[in-house]
Design a protein around this ligand. Structure first.
Ligand SMILES: Nc1ncnc2c1ncn2[C@@H]1O[C@H](COP(=O)(O)OP(=O)(O)OP(=O)(O)O)[C@@H](O)[C@H]1O
Length: 358
């Protein structure tokens, strides 16, 4: 019988994952990660991911379905890999995706290591995505049936080794079906609200999180137009992101947007809306899933942020680590630090992190 460690957050999705796999005949073990640094522990009753009440929820579900449950303290590696990267990216005037780093470095590296140490064959999560093993010698990642919930954008960084040891049984269900299953399994948590966007940032207010915990991260500086004329003052680059219109405090008689964050000049560059669009980008830290490597240009659809639609593009090899993406139509707010993910229909081809746009 194959053994699987289910990553249990105490939420609906991972609880149903554990119950489904048990029904399918796996030997299931539950594992909950403690990842919040001590300064960010939510109050007991708030119940965000990996708060004490979430660990209790996960434990209760594990007991209910009759499986072993472990708690793993991964606070140190989470702080080193995810939070430090998040803070540094803002320091470097970029806009990060911490969930991508968490998947690559925490869930599918540190937690997978724990799973293998427990002699598990697989790790399973409640992500909405489909993993298909051994398709023409590849382990594929595909979009979820529930397109609104699809999480492949956050998972493109998984290696073939990681995918070979991964199960994501929710990919073929809609969220509504999963909630119904949670109810049918008799889980008290069946109507628990969705988890928030960035688990370690309260109320998704990342500027407050950065200002409170990392004072001095950004310094005030000039707001300029693309010709270098100074038009005002900003509060620190981490308060701004490309495409932003509100909160600039500048009136030029026409709408203006952030078009670039210039780290060298510590300047927010603004301009009219057409300057927010770009046709091409360079991405680095690329990872390929359905292909071994990019040797010649190919046509794909590409997504430049979590909730954006896919756009037609051609991707060109630059070197082993970098790729150039040329879109058929100009894209709005191509943002350094965000990931770009490439698809061939439902299949994830690969992706990388946006380094520059032009
Ligand atoms: N603290 C944690 N410990 C163990 N696994 C976790 C933890 N947080 C998240 N996961 C795993 O990662 C998956 C995706 O996390 P995400 O934050 O997107 O949660 P979610 O989609 O709201 O799922 P859930 O309903 O299970 O909380 C979860 O389904 C779970 O398998």
């Amino acid at each position: 019988m194959d053994r699987v460690l289910v990553a249990m957050s105490g939420g609906v999705d991972s609880s149903v994952t554990a119950a489904l796999l048990k029904e399918q005949g796996y030997e299931v073990i539950g594992g909950t990660m403690e990842i919040f640094p001590d300064y960010e522990q939510p109050p007991l009753d708030e119940g965000g991911c990996c708060s004490l009440s979430s660990i209790e929820d996960a434990r209760r579900v594990a007991h209910h379905i009759g499986i072993r449950h472990y708690t793993f303290n991964l606070k140190k590696v989470f702080e080193e890999e995810v939070i430090n990267n998040f803070v540094n990216e803002y320091k470097n005037a970029r806009t990060p995706n911490p969930c991508v780093v968490c998947n690559n470095e925490i869930k599918f590296r540190s937690l997978l290591k724990k799973a293998l140490e427990l002699d598990a064959d697989y790790i399973a999560t409640g992500h909405y995505a489909i993993v298909e093993h051994n398709v023409n010698g590849k382990h594929l990642l595909k979009k979820a049936k529930d397109v609104d919930k699809d999480q492949t954008y956050m998972l493109y960084g998984l290696t073939q080794f990681q995918l070979s040891h991964t199960l994501m049984p929710l990919g073929n269900y809609t969220k509504q079906e999963v909630r119904q299953m949670a109810k049918d399994f008799g889980f008290r948590i069946h109507n628990k609200p969705e988890s928030q966007e960035i688990c370690f940032v309260p109320d998704n207010n990342y500027t407050r999180f950065l200002d409170e915990n990392y004072p001095g991260l950004g310094k005030p500086g000039p707001v300029m137009d693309t010709d270098g004329n100074i038009l005002g003052k900003h509060k620190g680059l981490h308060h701004y992101t490309i495409g932003q219109r509100r909160g600039l405090g500048i009136s030029l008689g026409y709408p203006v947007y952030v078009v670039k964050l210039d780290r060298e000049k510590n300047a927010v560059i603004i301009g009219p809306e057409e300057e927010v669009y770009s046709k091409s980008l360079i991405a680095n830290k690329v990872n390929w899933i359905s292909i071994d490597k990019l040797t010649e240009p190919i046509k794909v659809t590409a997504r430049i942020r979590y909730n954006s639609p896919e756009s037609h593009a051609k991707i060109y090899p630059v070197n082993d680590n970098e790729v150039k993406v040329v879109f058929d139509k100009k894209q709005r707010a191509v943002t350094p630090g965000q990931s770009v993910v490439f698809y061939d229909g439902k299949v994830v081809v690969g992706g990388g992190i946006i380094k520059e746009n032009f």
